[in-house]
Design a binder for this molecule. Structure first.
Ligand code: 5RP
Length: 220
């Protein structure tokens, strides 16, 4: 089975969590499968809040309503992918560059269900370069601070986020204390968001694997 087939399996399993109300929708190839499947049950929901222009376009192409988070209040459910997860469901996200809106919606949702193929589950976060969204004028300053934290930042050239900012991808990190590092990066002036999701991790991780679906819920 291809990696894309495994992503689709995870997306199919996430549809069971869609009971009604307004659904937060992430960004990426796994979420694209989820959006396509959500179209089939769109009568169940009142609408969505989207984390990127790309997801908004896909949702609307299926006739699914996209609402402004300011108009919805807290959401019951957020579905999104990840670039890496550890066993505590601390995540690295932002490979697609949508990390800021993703983190906002995750923070505004009571339940965050993460969907991925099983290659995304790792022992220690950091093999995937950590995306950091930065105000353009602060690029060099933030890069120097990230070096002090032990990383090797690389400017994602020719890429501008939906918020008009740039991304630094931080290589060579072995993230032993995700929440601490998330706070340290958040404290650098000029950082908009780090792609580390440890202060608000996922609640449930659904992994598509050759053997079927594996669900990780750290409460059990
Ligand atoms: C986008 C993200 C995605 O969730 C992450 O990059 C995973 O993408 P994919 O589902 O394509 O593997 O954080 O900003």
């Amino acid at each position: 089975m291809s990696q894309d087939d495994l992503k689709r399996k995870a997306a199919e399993a996430a549809i069971d969590y869609v009971k009604g109300g307004i659904i937060g929708v992430g960004t990426g190839s796994t979420v694209n499968h989820f959006i396509d499947l959500l179209a089939e049950v769109r009568h169940r929901i009142d609408g969505t809040v989207s984390s990127s222009e790309a997801s908004t376009e896909r949702l609307q192409s299926h006739g699914i309503r996209v609402l402004d988070l300011n108009a919805t209040g807290e959401l019951d459910l957020y579905i999104d992918g990840a670039d890496e997860s550890n066993a505590y469901l601390h995540l690295i996200k932002g490979g697609g560059g949508a990390l800021t809106r993703e983190k906002i919606i995750a923070g505004a949702s009571r339940q965050f269900v993460c969907i991925a193929d099983d290659s995304k589950l790792v022992d220690v976060l950091g093999g995937f370069p950590l995306p950091v969204e930065v105000i353009p004028m602060a690029r060099s300053h933030v890069a120097r601070q990230l070096v002090k934290l032990g990383g090797t930042p690389v400017w994602r050239e020719k890429f501008i986020t939906d918020n008009g900012n740039i991304i630094l991808d931080v290589h060579n990190l072995r993230i032993m204390e995700p929440a601490k590092l998330e706070q340290e990066i958040n404290n650098i002036a000029g950082v908009v968001t780090t792609g580390l999701f440890a202060l608000r991790p996922a609640d449930i991780l659904i992994l598509g694997s050759e053997g079927g679906i594996r669900t990780i819920d750290p409460r059990f």
